[in-house]
Design a protein around this ligand. Structure first.
Ligand SMILES: [Zn+2]
Length: 207
């Protein structure tokens, strides 16, 4: 059974339970290893079904197997090979989702069929999908299909946490390049009793 492979692989990956991202993600850790992040709320509330849990884990492991974290930073001729991080994420998701059983994929997962106009070939490498997407969408990023809008679970190593989230399809801030100063900090959560992280250690029973 193929899952032995993933189980074995998983043992070598460190995990973090965190709300840094909305779903699951992988990112490089400071010691050059890979960290898999899991948002506990997403896991317990939206990924109740075992199928989807397996699918999400496998999705992330496959990003590691295909070395998508390092490939994202690839350079050629002194420039980034994949300057459009969003398209890279979509391309990488197209690669890995082909190897995840379709009943394990959550609704928002991007698939080759999400891009009927592009006539994408199967089982190609991330560079192929990136180039096809880039040709088609570079001047019209807003026209990406809905399931592709939120795709990004590959941690960027260049600092800011924007776009670090998941395949598994939650929305995250658009990569508005406001690398300037004080954007961002105002997330006024009225510390009400929204299901946020607020009140310490609540006991939401999770079976
Ligand atoms: Zn992904």
């Amino acid at each position: 059974m193929e899952d032995a492979f993933f189980g074995h692989f998983l043992l070598s990956i460190n995990r973090e339970i965190s709300e840094d991202g909305p779903t699951l993600w992988v990112r490089p850790s400071s010691d050059d290893k890979v960290l898999m992040g899991i948002n506990p709320n997403f896991w317990t509330t939206e990924l109740k079904k075992k199928n989807f849990r397996m699918g999400c884990i496998k999705h992330e492991v496959l990003h590691v197997v295909f070395k998508h974290l390092t490939r994202a930073q690839e350079r050629s001729g002194g420039r980034r090979r994949y300057p459009n991080a969003k398209l890279f994420n979509i391309a990488a998701d197209l690669v890995v989702n082909q190897y995840v059983e379709s009943r394990w994929l959550i609704d928002g997962a991007v698939k080759l069929q999400s891009f009927p106009d592009l006539n994408l070939r199967k089982e190609m490498d991330v560079s192929y999908y990136y180039d096809k997407l880039d040709d088609f969408y570079k001047d019209q990023m807003d026209n990406l299909p809905q399931e592709a809008q939120s795709s990004s679970d590959l941690g960027e190593s260049d600092g800011n946490g924007t776009g670090k989230c998941p395949n598994c399809g939650k929305e995250i801030g658009e990569s508005g390049d406001e690398s300037g100063g004080g954007s961002g900090d105002s997330e006024d959560e009225e510390s009400g009793d929204e299901s946020g992280g607020g009140s310490g250690d609540s006991e939401d029973e999770e079976s």
